[in-house]
Design a protein around this ligand. Structure first.
Ligand SMILES: [Zn+2]
Length: 298
């Protein structure tokens, strides 16, 4: 990963490169408008300053997964892109003015409700790294992602549990897949999902993509630490995920479900909700009813 300073200097260069246009526009404006424009620029620039907090957003993108993270040092991470370009509107409201950099994209698995929106993001934003399994899949959008990565010189990193990412105090710990599964045509798409534990100070968030019971069993059998205060329920709250022993092991206080309003799959399933409450989950939030869910950590 490039050092944090590189991101800072990129930002400064971008701001400076925009100055001639801003100054030209100022020269043709009446005085009151100049003051208002300068105030807007100032607010926009101040909003770029790191606030020393971790911001995690479960985006309102319909039936699919998309999670956007702003780190205390203002790095941007996007985990999945949802089913369409809605994600672009969502992250444009969250990214600082003049900043088009996304440091890391994670594609948990190549199903349309996780992959398709990423194509729009990669086309419009400056993405440094894409982390994915490279599992075999014939979808044209998947081929498009690889084409874009090559033409835009994006670093592709293949997932395995030895690969973790560190952004200042934030760690993204890959728990699954245990080893490189790139090119593997056998493994079921959902059970190929990258599982990430986000660790920030004393906080832990578990993201399991669409991992189903078979994958959950593999994680349980590995005896790795699954505990997390926040759990993004696997596979949009489907009954094929969030099995009781798995949720028991995580023991979350908060569960987040990413699902679309009136989705045709009936997500989340009542069994999933029961499993969560049986294991003393205190709060369950659902993007279908709550919209974009924002969690800020000091
Ligand atoms: Zn899905």
């Amino acid at each position: 990963m490039p050092p944090p300073e590189a991101f800072f200097y990129n930002k400064v260069i971008k701001i400076l490169s925009g100055l001639p246009i801003i100054l030209y526009n100022l020269a043709i404006l009446p005085p009151m408008r100049i003051i208002i424009t300068l105030a807007i620029i100032l607010v926009a620039l101040l909003s770029q300053l790191p606030d020393n907090r971790l911001h995690v957003y479960f985006l309102d993108i319909g039936q699919g997964d998309s999670i956007f993270i702003k780190t205390p040092n203002n790095h941007h991470i996007l985990i999945d892109g949802g089913p369409d370009s809605t994600v672009v509107r969502e992250i444009s409201e969250l990214m600082p003015f003049l900043n088009k950099n996304i440091d890391l994209i994670i594609l948990t698995h190549p199903d349309a409700d996780h992959l398709n929106g990423l194509i729009d993001v990669i086309e419009r934003y400056s993405v440094s790294n894409i982390y994915l399994t490279g599992v075999a899949n014939a979808k044209p959008e998947y081929a498009r992602l690889f084409d874009l990565a090559i033409t835009k010189n994006i670093n592709l990193i293949l997932a395995d549990s030895q690969t973790d990412f560190k952004f200042g105090p934030l760690i993204l710990d890959t728990l699954y897949p245990f080893s490189n599964i790139s090119g593997n045509p056998e493994i079921a798409a959902n059970d190929s999902s990258i599982v990430t534990k986000i660790i920030y100070r004393q906080h832990k968030i578990l993201l399991t993509g669409d991992l189903e019971e078979n994958g959950e069993k593999q994680l349980l059998n590995s005896h790795i630490d699954l505990t997390a205060s926040i759990y993004k329920a696997g596979h949009h709250g489907s009954k094929t995920s969030s099995s009781l022993p798995f949720v028991k092991e995580i023991s979350p206080e908060i569960a987040i479900i990413q699902a679309g309003k009136d989705n045709r799959y009936g997500h989340p399933h009542s069994i999933t909700i029961q499993n969560l409450y049986k294991t003393h989950t205190k709060h369950i939030y659902n993007t279908a009813t709550d919209g974009r869910i924002k969690i800020i950590f000091d």
